[in-house]
Design a protein around this ligand. Sequence first.
Ligand SMILES: Cc1ncc(COP(=O)(O)O)c(C=O)c1O
Length: 343
Amino acid sequence: MIDLRSDTVTQPTEQMKAAMCAAPLGDDIYGEDPTTNAFQEEMCDLFGMEAGLFVPTGVMSNQLAIKAWTAPGDEVIVERESHIFNYETAAPSMMSAVQLHTVESELGVFRLDDIEAAIRPPEYYYPRTSLVCIENTHNRFGGTLYPIDCIRELHQFCHGKSLPLHLDGARIWNAHVASTTSLREFGDAVDSISICFSKGLGAPVGSMLLGSRELITKAHKYRKVFGGGMRQVGMLAAAAQYAVAQHLPLLAEDHARAQQLASELKSIEQFSIDTERVQSNMVLLDFAASEMTAQHAQSILAEAGISIGMGMGNTLRAVTHLDLSDDDITRAIDIIHTCFRSL
Ligand SMILES: Cc1ncc(COP(=O)(O)O)c(C=O)c1O
């Protein structure tokens, strides 16, 4: 089976496992895990942030940011197709007692006028707007980029309104490699950022929230509340550290393979591919104008040995990742052509 569902399906390599086994460990609840402490500092340096907190998942990292930035009854501005709004099981309402105010965007990039219109006036009967969130790269739009100039402009705007800006940077690594914007430039342009090591980089577990010392002190407390306090967690931090050091440079290959998929599949008539949108490691196959549904195509491809996920609407989403070789991509292209030719 060639697995194009997600960049999270990767297996830890033998070298990664060796790094995990060799990591010096201590009890992180006492703040004594040397590997986790060093890794948190390393990520702070990389993104130019004051403090960092290692957590198991991207959802926990985003939700800790929301919890730490808001008070019950507040409102958080999020993009309509964002991960936070669509895939985090209404956690902001459950964990932080806030509501989400969704705003449409241009492939994940907000228009400032729309944000301005979404900010609540200070009347007692409105919720208080207390946070703006963005996502880079944008998952549901197919790995699209939020250009650094637009993030800076939004940050300045939010600053003028005394609103913090949080970045869901689960795939900030892809954004960095695809745009050549440095990780520090992204860090400088937001107030907090959630980064993941289990997407694209190939670690089995792990995310980190980065921000000011004050924010991370609050998040540290809430991580315990959320049940995310961990003991000899350096074993996991070591995998993430290895993933950043060894696998970050390989993302350029994933992006080239996504381009190859897009350019060699776009002639197939049953679906369309907007090649402009192929900006990182994802390709959306759009069946909107087809008589075939994406779901039906998914089952045909599964029988032929291609595992591919559903995307937004009537689309399939192909994602390139660390465990796919050039050969796998060539084979996938052949199989997909054969499947659709015979229909
Ligand atoms: C953009 C984005 N944010 C957050 C997450 C959540 O990460 P996790 O699955 O580690 O909770 C994901 C997961 O795929 C994601 O794509």
